[in-house]
Design a protein. Structure first.
Length: 123
Protein backbone atom coordinates (compact mmCIF):
# COMPACT_ATOMS: atom_id res chain seq x y z
CA UNK A 1 0.00 0.00 0.00
CA UNK A 2 1.33 3.43 -0.95
CA UNK A 3 1.71 6.03 1.78
CA UNK A 4 -0.20 9.25 1.30
CA UNK A 5 0.49 12.84 2.20
CA UNK A 6 -2.41 14.51 3.98
CA UNK A 7 -5.83 13.18 4.75
CA UNK A 8 -8.98 12.90 2.63
CA UNK A 9 -10.62 15.72 4.56
CA UNK A 10 -7.96 18.36 4.03
CA UNK A 11 -6.35 17.61 0.70
CA UNK A 12 -8.84 18.81 -1.86
CA UNK A 13 -11.40 17.16 -4.09
CA UNK A 14 -9.09 14.43 -5.35
CA UNK A 15 -8.21 13.07 -1.91
CA UNK A 16 -4.73 12.68 -0.46
CA UNK A 17 -1.62 12.82 -2.67
CA UNK A 18 0.31 9.50 -2.61
CA UNK A 19 4.04 9.86 -1.90
CA UNK A 20 4.94 8.18 -5.20
CA UNK A 21 2.77 10.73 -6.99
CA UNK A 22 4.52 13.59 -5.20
CA UNK A 23 7.89 12.41 -6.51
CA UNK A 24 6.53 11.90 -10.05
CA UNK A 25 4.93 15.35 -10.01
CA UNK A 26 8.08 17.06 -8.78
CA UNK A 27 10.49 15.10 -10.99
CA UNK A 28 10.22 17.80 -13.65
CA UNK A 29 11.80 21.20 -13.00
CA UNK A 30 9.00 23.07 -14.79
CA UNK A 31 6.35 21.50 -12.54
CA UNK A 32 8.46 22.35 -9.48
CA UNK A 33 8.79 25.94 -10.66
CA UNK A 34 5.05 26.21 -11.38
CA UNK A 35 4.21 25.03 -7.88
CA UNK A 36 6.83 27.29 -6.30
CA UNK A 37 5.52 30.27 -8.25
CA UNK A 38 1.92 29.57 -7.23
CA UNK A 39 3.03 29.17 -3.62
CA UNK A 40 4.78 32.57 -3.68
CA UNK A 41 2.07 34.48 -5.50
CA UNK A 42 -0.94 32.97 -3.68
CA UNK A 43 -3.28 34.08 -6.46
CA UNK A 44 -4.75 32.76 -9.67
CA UNK A 45 -2.48 33.28 -12.62
CA UNK A 46 -2.50 32.96 -16.37
CA UNK A 47 -0.63 30.45 -18.50
CA UNK A 48 1.24 33.31 -20.24
CA UNK A 49 2.56 34.59 -16.90
CA UNK A 50 3.78 31.12 -15.92
CA UNK A 51 5.42 30.62 -19.32
CA UNK A 52 7.24 33.95 -18.96
CA UNK A 53 8.36 33.07 -15.44
CA UNK A 54 9.71 29.66 -16.48
CA UNK A 55 11.36 30.92 -19.67
CA UNK A 56 13.07 33.71 -17.70
CA UNK A 57 14.43 31.16 -15.22
CA UNK A 58 15.84 28.91 -17.95
CA UNK A 59 18.18 30.57 -20.44
CA UNK A 60 17.74 27.72 -22.94
CA UNK A 61 13.93 27.81 -22.89
CA UNK A 62 11.80 29.46 -25.53
CA UNK A 63 8.65 31.05 -24.11
CA UNK A 64 6.29 29.61 -26.75
CA UNK A 65 7.65 26.08 -26.32
CA UNK A 66 7.35 26.39 -22.55
CA UNK A 67 3.72 27.57 -22.91
CA UNK A 68 2.85 24.62 -25.16
CA UNK A 69 4.41 22.09 -22.74
CA UNK A 70 2.65 23.72 -19.79
CA UNK A 71 -0.70 23.66 -21.58
CA UNK A 72 -0.50 20.11 -22.92
CA UNK A 73 1.63 18.28 -20.36
CA UNK A 74 2.52 19.88 -17.05
CA UNK A 75 -0.62 21.77 -16.02
CA UNK A 76 -2.99 18.88 -16.87
CA UNK A 77 -0.76 16.49 -14.90
CA UNK A 78 -0.78 18.78 -11.85
CA UNK A 79 -4.53 19.30 -12.27
CA UNK A 80 -5.12 15.53 -12.40
CA UNK A 81 -3.21 15.21 -9.12
CA UNK A 82 -5.48 17.81 -7.51
CA UNK A 83 -2.72 20.25 -6.54
CA UNK A 84 -3.97 22.94 -8.91
CA UNK A 85 -6.90 23.66 -11.16
CA UNK A 86 -6.13 24.46 -14.77
CA UNK A 87 -8.89 25.90 -16.93
CA UNK A 88 -7.66 25.23 -20.47
CA UNK A 89 -10.41 27.38 -21.99
CA UNK A 90 -9.40 30.53 -20.09
CA UNK A 91 -5.78 29.39 -19.59
CA UNK A 92 -5.90 30.24 -15.90
CA UNK A 93 -4.31 28.34 -13.03
CA UNK A 94 -5.34 28.20 -9.39
CA UNK A 95 -3.39 26.53 -6.59
CA UNK A 96 -5.41 24.03 -4.54
CA UNK A 97 -5.09 23.16 -0.84
CA UNK A 98 -3.62 19.75 -1.66
CA UNK A 99 -0.54 21.60 -2.94
CA UNK A 100 0.44 22.21 0.69
CA UNK A 101 1.53 18.55 0.76
CA UNK A 102 4.24 19.38 -1.78
CA UNK A 103 5.82 22.19 0.25
CA UNK A 104 8.41 20.14 2.19
CA UNK A 105 9.56 18.47 -1.02
CA UNK A 106 9.69 21.79 -2.88
CA UNK A 107 11.84 23.27 -0.10
CA UNK A 108 14.33 20.42 -0.49
CA UNK A 109 14.33 20.76 -4.27
CA UNK A 110 14.95 24.53 -4.08
CA UNK A 111 17.82 23.96 -1.64
CA UNK A 112 19.33 21.37 -3.96
CA UNK A 113 19.00 23.67 -6.99
CA UNK A 114 20.81 26.42 -5.06
CA UNK A 115 23.57 23.95 -4.17
CA UNK A 116 22.80 24.03 -0.48
CA UNK A 117 23.72 20.93 1.45
CA UNK A 118 20.68 19.08 2.67
CA UNK A 119 21.47 16.72 5.52
CA UNK A 120 19.18 14.28 7.17
CA UNK A 121 19.36 11.48 9.67
CA UNK A 122 20.73 8.26 8.23
CA UNK A 123 19.71 4.92 9.72
Amino acid sequence: MSRVIGSPTDSGPHGPVPVDSVFRLLSDRHRRRVMSYLDREETNTELAVLADELADADADAERDRVAVRLHHVHLPKLDDAGVLTYDAATRTVEREGAADRLDPYLMLARADERGDVVRGAHP
